[in-house]
Write a protein that binds this ligand. Structure first.
Ligand SMILES: *Cc1c(COP(=O)(O)O)cnc(C)c1O
Length: 402
């Protein structure tokens, strides 16, 4: 049996007609830049996230870049972030001439650890840290209650890298109440990616910045059109970071399926978890299952009288299903030899990247380095069949029996 890491073609059976209609609509309108497809989709995503503004941009990377530009981040500034993420999180900071400051991750959630953030902020004597950039890795939110508290103490804006987490929910705790909030809707702004492998993926690149702060959203709108306001009058230097109307039209079709896909991914994660336990691989410490940090809070919320009965349903959206495993590299080779798709997200921590150059201080973030050395992502896409999952688990069990 062949099990791909991701098979987008399976969605075509039920998406093809609507997607073609959407693309045809754009072509027939000949509105090729901005226009109603983009603004309509922006409103849909903003409503989905429960915020006032959505601003379509050209990619998740550009969503991050333009958000930091709107904050005025530049040379001499520092941005506090995680050392364990996709490169773009750090790349945008470096491209603006600023420097990333890392706080190590929590080994269970793989997300930035607020304790480590607190230490980094306490050491920032000359107040060079100008923003906090947490990442909601693999589709599960970082510990935003603690992060927003720190941001308040140090009066710093928070830009959420929610590229992998559109729709993920977090139980925001203000000390009195717990309110479930959507990824991207907790900080000053949230950044989404519509790269095809994300839970909501286009047929090419795309992204969005969401924000409840209309002044901030307006700044982004100006920056994504070369900083022009009005047209041809440039008070600042921006770029071309616009979302393509064809992508917006297709994404709007796909957005209607997003909840059902999140649900299917969660069911797949549950099935894997059960199968790995049944195979004895968890008890024998060959692997550590991904932990859903907010599942217990979801169950508690849903028992509360009068609460919406789906509060916290998206406690995890499993953009990736990532295990910590023994003999990781040999397992990857074995699975690939058995036609099973898998990937390492990510083989190097950010502070280990060569592009930082010889002048970047030699630092160690042991949990990020350990995660980079020990983790593996398995196929988890919504249409993955139970048979395929059983086969994946069987082949992993076979590897550890050898
Ligand atoms: C995918 C991703 C990005 C970049 O998004 P693109 O749309 O590919 O530019 C940024 N951050 C994280 C965490 C991502 O996973």
């Amino acid at each position: 049996m062949k099990v791909p890491l991701l098979d987008l073609k399976q969605q075509l059976s039920y998406l093809r007609k609507d997607m073609l209609e959407a693309v045809t609509r754009v072509i027939d309108s000949m509105i090729c830049i901005q226009g109603p497809e983009v603004s309509g989709f922006e409103k849909e995503v903003a409503a989905y996230c429960g915020v006032a503004n959505g601003v379509g941009v050209s990619s998740g990377t550009d969503a991050l870049l333009v958000s930091l530009m709107a904050l005025g981040i530049g040379p001499g500034d520092q941005v506090l972030t995680t050392p364990y993420s996709f490169f773009a999180t750090m790349g945008v900071v470096l491209r603006l001439g600023a420097t990333p400051v890392f706080a190590d991750i929590d080994p269970v959630s793989f997300n930035i650890n607020p304790k480590a953030m607190e230490e980094a902020l306490a050491c920032d004597y000359d107040r060079k840290i100008k923003a906090i950039l947490p990442v909601h890795l693999y589709g599960q939110c970082a510990d935003m209650s603690a992060i927003m508290k720190l941001a308040g103490q140090y009066n710093l804006p928070v830009i959420e890298d929610a590229a992998q987490a559109i729709g993920a929910e977090y139980p925001m705790d203000d000390g009195v109440n717990v309110t479930w909030r959507k990824a991207g809707a907790m900080g000053l702004a949230g950044c989404f990616s519509f790269f095809p492998s994300k839970n909501l993926g286009g047929i090419g690149d795309g992204g969005m910045v969401v924000s409840d702060n209309t002044d901030f959203a307006d700044k982004i709108r100006i920056l994504l059109n070369h900083g022009a306001s009005p047209k041809y009058y440039h008070g600042q230097v921006g770029g071309n970071f616009r979302l393509d109307p064809i992508q917006a039209a297709v994404l709007s079709v796909k957005l209607k399926f997003l909840e059902q896909w999140h649900q299917a991914r969660r069911e797949n994660a549950d099935r894997y978890n059960k199968l790995f336990v049944e195979a004895g691989l968890v008890q024998n410490n060959f692997l550590v299952l991904p932990q859903a940090m907010y599942l217990a809070k979801k169950e508690a919320s849903q028992q509360l009288k009068g609460s919406l009965n789906n509060a916290g349903e998206n406690f995890h959206i499993y953009n990736q299903y990532v295990l910590r495993v023994k003999s990781r590299d040999a397992l990857v080779t074995w699975l690939r030899s058995q036609d099973i798709g898998c990937e390492i997200y990510y083989p190097l921590a950010l502070h280990q990247q060569k592009c930082l150059g010889p002048d970047f201080p030699v630092l160690s973030f042991p949990e990020a380095e350990r995660a980079a050395a020990e983790t593996i992502a398995l196929p988890i896409f919504p249409e993955l069949s139970a048979d395929m999952q059983a086969y994946v688990v069987e082949k992993i069990a076979e590897f550890y029996r050898q």
